[in-house]
Design a protein around this ligand. Structure first.
Ligand SMILES: [Zn+2]
Ligand SMILES: [Zn+2]
Length: 415
């Protein structure tokens, strides 16, 4: 029992000597010493204190796919170590700057006051740098909220003030694989038989559909490129799915400069679990391929055996802007795709606003009824020169004054 394999993050696993030093993604400005941050949309760092710019040398080397065996056999894929904090509320594990002693969890807005230690993990191979500035993300969020009715005032104000939108890199796995699937199944072809039935006491001929089943066997092959798997449970899948599509042609080889001014979340879905999820996704596609291959009007698949080869993976980071806030003890989130600006969010409803809207609608209906009664009596609300006059008894115009549409009007018009 001396040869316990080295599993990353097992709490008491002995650390091998070659552990890299803890990454700190801080880049002091040459001019003033302040922290520089990555400037979205441009390949450079910017200093907000003095305006100093520092171009990044774009890297053109291809992002290496890593053979899956190297990833599963922990320790042989390139590793890195970062200082992290675990959120006591939602469990998110994110980078923690030891210089700042407290931080709000980006995913649920809970205050996290201690760094939990270090997290040793497979190093990201690439990332999609932020394209969207914080201001653009704020605008996207405002537009989203503007389209919502009945949001509580607190929320409206929160969004107007910028809602402490944070830039986060979220961890993903991507998998490539060559697949070769042998299948057996049945192909169903529809045909019609002519039958004579008795209807209303008379014989009638009808066409009855039947299915002819014939056994099939065959092979389908497919190469999967970059099957994308979210490597963290911090955000509901519905959120991250809604942020798709990602343009992975925007992937850049990983360099810590891109993280300057942003946070990065550590993966919590292990590579092996990510691979299982990817296989599930591939299986769905292969099943469709098999159905196509069988053809006919209906298909039954009785057996499918897939051989995967050349399986490789990458650990990548994708950019999102996120604002988490608490409303009456519940956490809500907005997320904005940091590459495309696509927005997804959860929001509470204000019971008060809904109640007021109902009351307002009733008052409007009341006013309309009053105006109509006035018009019936020759009461002029607009004046002759206003262009909006309601000559006595003009029923059509009265209907427009209330703005309530015909649904509310008929009982008044028909008297
Ligand atoms: Zn500076
Ligand atoms: Zn949290």
């Amino acid at each position: 029992m001396t040869n316990i394999p080295d599993v990353p993050r097992a709490p008491d696993a002995p650390r091998p000597p070659e552990v890299p030093t803890t990454q700190e993604h801080r880049f002091p400005c040459d001019t003033c010493g302040g922290d520089m941050r990555f400037d979205p949309g441009d390949d450079r760092l910017v200093c907000d204190h003095c305006g100093h710019l520092e171009p990044l040398t774009p890297r053109t080397d291809a992002i290496a796919e890593i053979a899956i065996a190297r990833g599963l056999d922990a320790g042989t894929a390139p590793q890195e170590e970062t200082r992290v904090a675990d959120c006591p509320n939602c469990g998110a594990r994110f980078e923690f700057d030891p210089a700042i002693h407290a931080a709000e969890c980006p995913f649920c807005a809970t205050l996290v006051v201690t760094d939990t230690g270090t997290d040793r993990h497979i190093k990201p191979a690439g990332l999609v740098p932020f394209q969207l500035e914080q201001a653009q993300a704020k605008d996207a969020m405002k537009r989203w909220l503007g389209s919502l009715w009945f949001a509580p005032n607190g929320l409206t104000k929160y969004v107007r003030d910028g809602g402490r939108l944070k830039g986060m890199y979220v961890p993903f796995w991507t998998f490539d694989a060559q697949t070769d699937t042998a299948y057996t199944g049945m192909r169903g072809d529809t045909y019609f038989v002519t039958q004579t039935v008795i209807r209303d006491g008379k014989p009638v001929t009808v066409q009855v559909p039947k299915i002819r089943w014939t056994p099939r066997r065959g092979r389908v092959r497919r190469f999967f490129d970059d099957v994308l798997i979210l490597a963290s449970p911090s955000l509901p899948k519905s959120h991250t799915d809604a942020l798709q599509p990602w343009d992975l042609s925007g992937l850049t080889p990983y360099a810590p400069q891109y993280l300057a001014g942003f946070r990065a979340e550590a993966y919590r879905v292990e590579l092996s679990d990510g691979l299982e999820e990817a296989k599930q996704k591939m299986r769905e596609v292969i099943t469709r391929d098999v159905r196509m291959d069988i053809g006919g009007d209906q298909q039954q698949i009785t057996g499918m055996q897939t051989r995967m080869s050349d399986v490789t993976f990458k650990h990548i980071l994708l950019p999102i802007w996120i604002a988490a806030y608490k409303y009456r003890g519940r956490s809500f989130r907005f997320v904005v795709n940091g590459q495309t600006g696509r927005v997804q969010g959860e929001r509470p409803y204000s019971a008060w606003k809904i109640a007021f809207a109902v009351i307002a609608a009733l008052i409007l209906a009341g006013i309309a009824a009053f105006l109509y009664a006035g018009a019936q009596g020759g009461f002029d609300i607009g004046g002759a020169g206003g262009g909006f006059g309601v000559p006595g008894g003009d029923r059509i115009v009265v209907r427009d004054v209330g703005g309530l549409g015909p649904a509310n009007a008929p009982s008044w018009l028909d008297d």
